[in-house]
Write a protein that binds this ligand. Sequence first.
Ligand code: SAH
Length: 218
Amino acid sequence: MMKDLIKYERQREKMVEKQIKSRGITDPKILAAFRKVPRHLFVSEALMDQAYGDFPLPIGEQQTISQPFIVAEMTRALQLDKDDRVLEIGTGSGYQAAILAEITFRVYTIERIHSLLIKARGLFDKLCYHNIVTKYSDGTTGWTDESPFDAIIVTAGAPEIPEVLVDQLAMGGRMVLPVGDQYSQNLIMLYKNEDGLHKTNLGGCRFVKLVGEHGWDQ
Ligand code: SAH
């Protein structure tokens, strides 16, 4: 409905001002993406009115859509260029992938829970994100056929940095992922160049588990 569209547009603008801009994220491309992507469509109907709040929300299957600021912070850490090809591990609701797709050339996203992937795919079609490619698989082994990637984002907490993913990063590539135990992690940013791998700790965070061959056991 038209009334709802206007209501959610206002909530998006408020979210951008109060949660993202005021916390230091000023890149116009990132802010424009957050103003555009209809976050309320990425949660169940019962939660739509909370979609623009300053917190994560459940998306079913015991998984969550991250807090808007975390999505923005991880997006910023990737330092994306419009020609970049990005790999995301953990499609979940599809919200982070949509944000990335607004900013960059192509997004490859992998999800291990089939029902979540089906829902996200439906949204990508509905919202005409033709530059998002999806795969139903264990993302901890990456996507060899499409590698190397300019950027890799892992949206679930890993016990350690999966070496295979580092291998699939291009020279000059950036990777961001939460690393730690099952209850709290640090958001780690990696930059790969000829001199090796450069690590920055962006601070504490809390994500659901990365489950797979190079992640946690089920
Ligand atoms: N980026 C998502 C966040 C979803 S939560 C969003 O914007 O909504 C993290 C997701 O990672 C969950 O859906 C979970 O099922 C998925 N996940 C966990 N381990 C995975 C793995 N090994 N491969 C692919 N997806 C995985």
